[in-house]
Design a protein around this ligand. Structure first.
Ligand code: TZP
Ligand code: MG
Length: 217
């Protein structure tokens, strides 16, 4: 469906139900997709929705992403990811272990793992992750988070055989920095959800990332 995982990772929109009214959720994702977002991560942390609502919204989201040929991964929730027919799962260090998730998943699937040091990076690699997420800059969007120091992040990217996506505090103004460190893309929440014009923000970030990547796709 998508060209390559590296190309799909250029700009990942991570969903957040907290920044815009509920009735703008899907239309904001659609705006980002129309303006070039290459991947979507369905992340529901607001606690406002029951599983039925998370499922129903997930079905709409996966249908929308696939209309644009864009993969959808689900954060944390293996059950929701499988139930809605998502393309993969994104997990952190406190979530279901990757080998367990892979065993349950029927076949294929994109598995992303958030890592914060070399040990976590090596383990995710050994366990068969497809891509890694790494915290680049400070952010107020996620509470239990601290970004990886630039020097460590660069050495993680250098050693890793997997494509890495930078997350945390990324805006169009700094999106080229993690690409310079060797990341293949960026994942954003507030830069798009909080933007006065999500279309402009999406285009601006993507343009910055593509320029910084050059022909590295
Ligand atoms: N994981 C690490 S930082 C973060 C997540 C989900 C939040 C990123 O949000 P923002 O608004 O793009 O800084
Ligand atoms: Mg998680």
């Amino acid at each position: 469906m998508y060209k390559s995982i590296n190309a799909a990772m250029s700009l990942c929109l991570v969903t957040d139900a907290g920044f815009r009214p509920a009735d703008e959720f899907l239309s904001t994702v659609e705006t980002a997709l129309k303006n070039g977002a290459t991947m979507v991560q369905y992340r529901e942390k607001s606690g406002r929705y029951c599983d039925k609502e998370i499922y129903d919204r997930g079905i709409e989201l996966v249908t929308l992403c696939h209309r644009f040929g864009v993969p959808l991964v689900v954060d944390d929730r293996l059950d929701i990811a499988m139930a809605i027919g998502a393309d993969g799962l994104h997990i952190g260090q406190n979530d279901l272990p990757l080998p367990v998730a892979k065993q349950i998943w029927p076949e294929g699937g994109i598995f992303g793992v958030s890592v914060a040091d070399l040990r976590e990076m090596r383990l995710a690699q050994e366990q068969g992750a497809d891509y890694l997420g790494v915290g680049a800059f400070p952010t107020t969007t996620k509470k239990d988070y601290s970004n990886v120091e630039a020097k460590l992040l660069s050495s993680m990217v250098k050693e890793s055989s997997l494509p890495m996506m930078a997350i945390g505090g990324i805006q169009a103004e700094n999106a080229s920095i993690p690409i310079g460190w060797g990341c293949v893309g960026v994942a954003v929440i507030s830069a798009i959800w909080k933007a006065p014009d999500p279309a402009v923000a999406t285009r601006h970030i993507l343009e910055t990332v593509r320029k910084a990547k050059g022909d590295r796709v």
